[in-house]
Design a protein around this ligand. Structure first.
Ligand code: TXA
Ligand code: MG
Length: 363
């Protein structure tokens, strides 16, 4: 199939909306990352997304709407808290998990009785949804397991030839995916951290907000699909931490996090990747040591070391940097951990650790 690359003009948005209405797939920009969209209420169309991405079908998708009031089509009941969060943060990078109406097909929700809904803060996205006249199911527009796309070119690299069209708009402002908060219980629970933090949500609601426990479970290292390059050396000069193994307790086949996406390998660059964690000067020194060691072994080494506390910038750049290093055929990526327990830095660390397959060196 030839993928149309469309600038988001009025005419092209009409064309893209028609593709969606006819059951096709269109990738489009949002403020967070690019999404791969289909009519959320059309099972056959939504099913194509899983196929194209190579995504496990029990991993539900986010349903995007263009008017806040359209959430009423998807859920039977709006609590006062949900209304407050809509008023405070929509359009914006906040996804709410709510009870679903039967109208939302199983394919879209991965068979759950809840649905994740968000109103993105991007003019082209809102125009597309409006013009399509239906809610649009859209996971990130990358091949499953690859870093999320923050530029139209990333989408083209992954999905060209597999989908009808890419609405090629601006680069994504935020760079990491929306905060996902489960609103179905008494206490709002963050399933995926993002640029809107627990503190932001808690301040809006005037009540406590919790994190899903799975966010603090680090599975043991995922095996690299293409096999570790044998000649890469990531042994720390410090004693290697056993934490990643200890933290593995409970994260096995029976582990059922509330957000099904949490259990899959994510955001992985082609290169081997290591996160170096510890006091800043030690991290810098260890990265330098591993870099020299591996360059001597003939490896191409890339370094991701964000400025201290520059969490917003880190969110903006992380996925694009990972993709850039793949383009440059880097063998080993050394990334400096961000020290932040529950803010934006925490959200970036959540992605960084997954990208590295929880391959952590502590210094
Ligand atoms: O910023 C974003 O949210 C981007 C843009 C395109 O809007 N979308 C995105 O979608 O990141 P995706 O599919 O890559 O991530 C959706 C996350 C997954 O972790 C999924 O498991 C979770 O939301 N999710 C979706 N529906 C859910 C539900 N009903 N209950 C719990 N978690 C859900
Ligand atoms: Mg994704």
């Amino acid at each position: 199939m030839e993928t149309k690359i469309l600038k988001p003009t009025e005419e092209n948005i009409r064309l893209a909306a028609e593709i969606i209405r006819n059951g096709g797939l269109v990738a489009f920009p949002t403020e967070t990352v690019y999404g791969l969209g289909a009519n959320a209420l059309d099972s056959a169309a939504a099913a194509k997304i899983y196929e194209v991405k190579g995504r496990p079908s029990d991993n539900p998708m986010i349903v995007h709407i263009a008017r806040a009031s359209d959430i009423g089509q998807l859920t039977p009941r709006l609590s006062p808290d949900i209304v407050t969060l809509i008023d405070t943060f929509w359009p914006g990078p906040l996804t709410m998990v709510v009870k679903r109406k039967a109208l939302v097909p199983d394919v879209t929700t991965g068979g759950l009785d809840t649905v994740a809904v968000r109103m993105p803060d991007n003019i082209a996205a809102l125009a597309l949804i409006n013009e399509a006249g239906c809610p649009i199911a859209a996971p990130s527009a990358n091949l499953s397991g690859r870093p999320s796309p923050t530029k139209a070119q990333h989408v083209i690299d992954d999905l060209s030839g597999k989908i009808e069209a890419v609405l090629a708009g601006e680069d994504c402002r935020v760079g990491i995916e929306s905060t996902v908060v489960d609103m179905t219980g008494e206490i709002p629970t963050i399933l995926r951290p993002g640029i809107l933090t627990a503190e932001d949500i808690s301040a809006a609601l005037g009540k406590k907000v919790e994190y899903d426990k799975s966010l603090f479970v680090h599975p043991s290292r995922f095996p690299k699909e293409n096999g570790c390059r044998e000649k890469i050396c990531t042994e720390s000069s410090a004693a290697k931490s056993k934490d990643s193994d200890d933290l593995n307790a409970g994260f096995d086949d029976d582990f059922k996090p509330k957000s099904p996406g949490m259990k899959y390998k994510h955001y992985a660059p082609k290169a081997e990747m290591v996160v170096v964690e510890g006091q800043r000067d030690n991290v810098k020194a260890e990265i330098e040591r591993l870099k020299m060691l591996n360059e001597r072994l003939g490896n191409k080494v890339g370094v991701i070391l964000f400025e201290e506390k520059a969490f917003i910038e880190a969110a903006h750049d992380l996925f694009a940097d990972l993709r850039q290093m793949d383009k440059e055929d880097v063998d080993l990526i050394l990334a400096g951990a961000l020290s932040d327990n529950d803010g934006v830095g925490f959200a970036v660390m959540n992605r960084m650790l997954k990208s590295a397959g929880y391959n952590i060196v502590k210094v």
